[in-house]
Ligand binder design. Sequence first.
Ligand SMILES: Nc1ncnc2c1ncn2[C@@H]1O[C@H](COP(=O)(O)OP(=O)(O)OP(=O)(O)O)[C@@H](O)[C@H]1O
Ligand SMILES: [Mg+2]
Length: 253
Amino acid sequence: MIPDEYNLSKLFPEEDLRKTFEKVFDHNVIRVIHGMASAGHIDHLEFTISTGKEAHVFRAADNSGHYRAVKIYKIETSDFKRMEDYLHFDPRFERVKNDKRQVVFAWTQKEFSSLRKLKNAGISVPTPLAAKENVLVMEFIGEKGEASPRLKDARVKDVNKFYWEIVKMIAQMLNAKIIHGDLSEYNILVREQKPVIIDVGQTVPTIHPNAKKFYERDVKNMLKVFHRMGKKDLTYEHFYEDIKKAKESQEKN
Ligand SMILES: Nc1ncnc2c1ncn2[C@@H]1O[C@H](COP(=O)(O)OP(=O)(O)OP(=O)(O)O)[C@@H](O)[C@H]1O
Ligand SMILES: [Mg+2]
């Protein structure tokens, strides 16, 4: 007899919910989470922060009660063709086999190492703590246990000040020779009125053949965001120049 606390039909009497649980927490994920707990990165998972197309993100706590964010990439629904295109440019991952699981595992490693690079360059991102298979443990971005809102949902008090934070951040990324590649109001969290960049799996080095295209798309996306936030007169050229100047002044310091 399965004890009640492990009996999924009892824990999740609703079939839909049970199926979702079983999809995320298959045998392998449970093993990896267990390993993360044994290594002290987390103690237990608490609840879901976000469930999307590519990943589930949970709030977890370590054994001193510090919060963590745990991102579990989905194997089945992840767009692994897109992931492959990005991975094969990166010498560390060019040998990754054309196999869904291997591609998603490599992608998780790529996000972990991009977080580390960005953090080391002084850019505000969640501190990466551990990555194994399709599970990534990182700093929880929030205030008083509440996950910080995405820029899309946040109330930014001083738009101008926030604009200069973003300009500085993009300039820092350029100086670190990294292009985010998916910069948007969904991948920026707002903590204490300051931006924190997340979802960095698809970053590319500035020597990538598509770097310019990705960079210009990032700037255009952010331009639209600032228009929506009220900076109606901001032009692409102006934004571009501000970033360029910030980049040069950072280089001097
Ligand atoms: N370190 C973190 N701290 C707090 N919340 C986080 C953290 N990382 C991610 N989140 C939350 O989880 C959401 C999804 O994360 P992320 O953007 O990294 O995943 P994604 O790859 O876009 O997944 P999907 O395609 O499934 O949305 C974010 O919008 C944010 O609300
Ligand atoms: Mg995202």
